[in-house]
Design a protein around this ligand. Structure first.
Ligand code: NI
Length: 189
């Protein structure tokens, strides 16, 4: 596995619409493994292929382990993910992004979504995601369409991480989702 470089705001790939993946197999699996490693090292809770300068529809997400509740980390990897159903209910929550380090903003997201996609070998998979996980999926799938959280955040809520938050933030930088259940400090996507 290899750690890939994460590109940041201003790089044109972040604003492209990513291509659908049509070739599956070990090479794609290798890329996905690299993305997982890159996300973990960042550290972040999500990463989309355009963030490592690959304009293809691939995302990886990992909910951190919850030691208090005794829950292990949960990893999800989706190729060609599509949101096929959303709850009417939305919720505002703070997010950050590994490609926009150091900034947070509040974004409204659907509380519950149904996602369909494929794995590295083209096998169909689906998930009903709620709350924080649903938020990360929506953030990562937006990346595939060249959309960043700052496009959707209420401008009045966009702020810089405090020094203390920056010291403890976990990735997509603070994909700040952080602020929710599983973590007391912002996590980056
Ligand atoms: Ni992001």
């Amino acid at each position: 596995m290899a750690i890939r470089e994460i590109i940041t705001l201003g790089h044109p790939t972040l604003r492209q619409k990513a291509r659908k993946v049509t070739r599956f197999g070990p090479e794609l699996k290798q890329l996905i493994d690299d993305m997982v490693e890159t996300m973990r090292v960042a550290p972040g809770v999500g990463l989309a292929a355009p963030q490592v300068n690959i304009p293809e529809r691939i995302i990886v997400l990992e909910l951190p382990a919850d030691e208090e509740e005794g829950l292990p980390a949960e990893l999800y990897t989706y190729v060609n993910p599509e949101i096929v159903k959303v709850s009417r209910e939305t919720e505002a929550g703070e997010e950050g992004c590994l490609s926009i380090p150091g900034y947070l903003g509040e974004v409204d997201r659907h509380v519950e979504i149904l996602v369909r996609g494929q794995d590295a070998y083209g096998k169909p998979q689906r998930i009903k995601a709620y709350d924080y996980l649903a938020r990360i999926f929506q953030h990562e799938i937006d990346h595939l369409d060249g959309v960043l959280f700052i496009d959707k955040a209420d401008p009045a809520t966009i702020r810089k991480l405090t020094a203390e938050e920056a010291a403890t933030a976990t990735g997509e930088a603070a994909e700040a989702a952080a602020l929710m259940d599983r973590s007391e400090t912002p996590a980056q996507q």
